[in-house]
Design a protein around this ligand. Structure first.
Ligand SMILES: Cc1cc2nc3c(=O)[nH]c(=O)nc-3n(C[C@H](O)[C@H](O)[C@H](O)COP(=O)(O)OP(=O)(O)OC[C@H]3O[C@@H](n4cnc5c(N)ncnc54)[C@H](O)[C@@H]3O)c2cc1C
Length: 404
């Protein structure tokens, strides 16, 4: 049986590895963290996943968290100067879900080993990749933002930003007042300051809410560098809400941290990389997930993308049968994924720029017309549906006229 080597036990690597084990492939997976280290570590994401990605997990029997609170819709609010100028919400046709990766990845590692996968703990470097390529028919690098991913060449034509566009922070909390109607991602846009979104999730201590801060770099929501303790992180989170989002502050004023590691602050530049790495020996490795397609979290798509990438590569590997996993195979597997991911990247990168007038017209129309709100909200589950409508003012206006 063919042997596949995977570097990185995250959303992408584990989903692919477990899928391939189920199809009888030998799989070696190398992780630079043990399951216990991941479980005891810091949060890394808000990991809200929508139905199409969740369906890939369900198909592999990986949906272990039926008690995770559902994300039933999305609310969008425009809040300039502390005053709500626009606010509407719509339901997702099928709910989303967020399971803390500190719970999910250790459980999936256990499942991978239960299925006979070979899990090794090591920080893979270039020599490690060479060794893996001698041992395996195919090497896939799913190392997320890990250093080794930098071996893959940046694709300048697909990476418009060379600097971080947002200062990011996460705050996992208990004790937030639930929304009055259905549960939702509450997405707030604060012009000139940044974005804040919040939604229910499952963490180590049970159901919680995850607060996500996307501050314009150097702006008033980018003060995390001065924060030194978890208590200060929570205080800074609440300061932002108190100053810019009074409605959200009212829901959040009594929250407590889920745990001292339920916080994160950082930044990175969204980057697409070329998917095929040629090693000094002439062997090749294929990049997947965040390693080759790293998006800003503003649209909550990275874990969804990683899942789609795993599903696409899984199908490509199986369809390839006994033929060699050479560089053309790798490029073609990624190209299939890019057929989808290019729309997510384009939409996400657009969301990082000041919204053009025609986007503002869509968001305004959604307030008046429930069908437009429904279209926009359900696009998070498949961002291809926004295209080409959002690319051109004439197409947007034609779409809005048709809807009316
Ligand atoms: C603040 C924030 C909020 C987010 N919110 C969302 C959201 O709501 N929805 C969403 O869909 N996405 C979200 N994301 C993005 C999402 O978390 C990632 O896109 C997703 O986890 C990527 O999966 P991956 O498998 O590619 O990489 P990762 O999940 O990063 O996994 C990579 C793994 O490889 C390991 N590794 C690294 N280097 C090596 C090495 N050399 N050897 C061995 N192992 C190695 C790492 O330790 C890690 O375990 C968010 C991200 C951030 C930063």
């Amino acid at each position: 049986m063919r042997k596949i080597g995977i570097v990185g036990a995250g959303q992408a690597g584990l989903q692919l590895g477990i899928g391939l084990r189920r199809d009888g492939y030998e799989v070696v997976m190398t992780s630079n963290q043990t399951a216990a280290q991941i479980g005891d570590g810091r949060v890394t994401s808000s990991q809200c996943m929508f139905d199409r990605a969740l369906e890939s997990e369900r198909r592999l029997g990986l949906d272990f968290w039926h008690d995770a609170p559902p994300v039933e819709g999305i609310q969008f609010s425009l809040v300039p100067g502390g005053n709500t100028a626009l606010s509407w919400s719509s339901r997702l046709d099928r709910p989303g879900k967020s399971v803390d990766q500190r719970i999910k990845m250790p459980r999936w590692m256990e499942e991978f080993e239960r299925l006979g996968g070979d899990l090794r703990i090591a920080d893979v470097d270039k020599a490690g990749l060479e060794a893996l390529s001698k041992e395996c028919d195919l090497v896939v690098v799913a190392s997320g933002k890990g250093e080794i991913g930098r071996l893959f060449e940046r694709d300048d034509s697909r990476s418009p930003f060379d600097k971080p566009q947002r200062s990011l922070a996460l705050t996992y909390v208990h004790g937030m007042t639930p929304r009055a109607e259905h549960s939702a991602v509450n997405f707030n846009l604060i012009p000139g300051v940044g974005e804040y979104f919040v939604f229910p999730a499952l963490t180590l201590s049970g159901p919680c809410e995850i607060m996500v801060f996307e501050g314009l770099v150097g702006g008033p929501m980018d003060r995390w560098a001065a924060v030194t303790t978890p208590a200060e992180h929570l205080a800074e989170s609440l300061r932002i809400l108190r100053e810019y989002l009074p409605d959200e502050y009212a829901r959040a004023k009594d929250v407590t941290l889920t745990d001292d590691r339920g916080i994160l602050a950082g930044r990175f530049a969204p980057t697409v990389r070329k998917p095929v790495l040629r090693l000094p020996s002439g062997a090749h490795a294929l990049g997947m997930g965040d390693t080759v397609c790293l998006n800003d979290p503003i649209t909550g798509q990275g874990a969804n993308n990683a899942s789609h990438c795993a599903a696409t590569y899984h199908a490509a590997i199986v369809a390839h049968g006994n033929r060699p996993f050479d560089a053309p195979f790798m490029q073609s597997a990624f190209d299939h994924y890019w057929d989808y991911a290019q729309f997510v990247v384009a939409w996400t990168n657009n969301m990082l720029l000041p919204p053009p007038d025609h986007m503002v017209r869509i968001l305004g129309a959604a307030q008046m017309d429930a069908r437009i709100a429904h279209w926009f909200v359900n696009g998070f589950n498949d961002p291809r549906t926004y295209f080409p409508t959002i690319t051109d003012p004439a197409l947007t206006d034609a779409f809005l006229r048709r809807a009316a």
